[in-house]
Design a protein around this ligand. Sequence first.
Ligand SMILES: Cc1cc2nc3c(=O)[nH]c(=O)nc-3n(C[C@H](O)[C@H](O)[C@H](O)COP(=O)(O)OP(=O)(O)OC[C@H]3O[C@@H](n4cnc5c(N)ncnc54)[C@H](O)[C@@H]3O)c2cc1C
Length: 475
Amino acid sequence: MLQLSVLPIMTPMNTNIIKKLTDLVGNEFCTTRREDLHCYSFDGAGKVFLPDAVIFPESTEQVSAIMRLASEYTFPVVPRGAGTGMTGGSVAVQGGLVLALTRMNRIIEIDDKNQIAIAEPGVITGDLQNAVKKFGLFYPPDPASLKFCTLGGNAAECAGGPSAVKYGVTKDFIIGLEVVLASGEILTVGTRTEKGVTGYDLTRLFIGSEGTLGIITKLIVRLLPLPEHKETFLITSTSLSRTTSLVARILSSNIRPCTLEYMDRTAIRVVTDMLSSPPPPGTEALLLLEIDGDRETVERQSVRLQALLASEPDCTCRQAATTTEVSELWQARRSISPATFNLRPHKISEDVAVPRTRIPDLVSCTEKLAQELDLLILTFGHAGDGNIHVNIMLDKENPDELARGEKAKERLFRQAIALGGTLSGEHGIGISKAAFLPLELSDTTIRIMKGLKQLFDPQNILNPGKIFPQEKASH
Ligand SMILES: Cc1cc2nc3c(=O)[nH]c(=O)nc-3n(C[C@H](O)[C@H](O)[C@H](O)COP(=O)(O)OP(=O)(O)OC[C@H]3O[C@@H](n4cnc5c(N)ncnc54)[C@H](O)[C@@H]3O)c2cc1C
């Protein structure tokens, strides 16, 4: 059985290896300069680990040659897209090589008749969305980071976004992949057909594998026809608990929103300045809800929504009148995460998910944690699928506050699991949550997962130190 806790002896990246890597991609695309290494030493989780080198391949063949070298000399390779991950997935915790896929950013094909696209992993998610829109098509996965994260990073984390409540997450839209294995072998999995059940579903296995099983070098994604019409509603309330319980009620009232986002009062406060019509004073929470489809369906469902809300006390509902208002609301929603740094310089950012009916319990638990541990905690996120972002704001210079923050994080995880939820709805495990994996997964499940890791990467060179709890400290 694989003992991932026992770190293999990794070869330091000496000048000989660096020379071989440079020969593969050219001088310009392999760097060991300290100022460059710093730029690739962190992600959204904020922990810093300096790699020994960063390489920027431009083709699958180059990725394959790099992995053959890594296999021969056993140095760690950490795949990296845009570095926007929230769990330390793309940082080199054991040193080694960061393999940045940003140069592999071509949209290879848009097949509008079959409604698929083929793209390289470094394509920015929003760029693919804009490109397919010209064909009247739609790529639904829409993480709030869509203007700067990559398709490869989305696949490796199984990113979700507001539209997941109706359309699903990244795994629901990837039907095939090209992957370079730790050995350097090139594997193609999946199909370019809507259906396909030949053998095990290895495509799904790679999605959400956080760069630990292979390097994704090509993706085949499904597309949908662009919905004809969309209406946007801003529902504000003076009661937090009534807002959070409204989520499940809306979804069980034969209303099928394509987004259903939630913000508590602190999340609203950090982005209020971005709104020309801010929520009324006294607002404790809001829901940003959209309905899309053909015009008749949207109108019918909008009427149903307004009827449901009419009987809600302390609640107002405003329908966005212009596209400017809609884009302002979304700009504000997508800016919450960066804007929280106006409150405190650091944070623990979690993305637990619970069944929708349990959102009120989860949110009231975070309120209690904030009170008991004297912390500033805000909640917002993709309420429609029970995925609540819990931001515990901190000042890292204050060790006592830091310790209370860590305590709050563990209690939050335990509560989410007790409510029938999960540690992560979309950000993955990385290094931030690795120690807590056994809270959710049984020994047997972890053993099977480690067995798969052993099969794909017997030398543990691909993104070592991620997902699984580390029993020995990494260097
Ligand atoms: C402001 C902000 C908002 C965000 N909102 C959301 C949101 O709404 N929903 C959501 O899901 N996430 C969100 N995120 C998190 C993040 O954007 C996503 O996890 C995204 O998928 C990461 O993409 P990336 O290109 O930055 O990947 P990176 O951060 O570079 O890497 C993420 C992981 O993927 C691996 N990886 C990257 N490329 C490859 C590849 N080609 N092959 C194999 N492994 C690879 C890395 O090793 C790492 O483990 C947000 C982040 C920020 C900063």
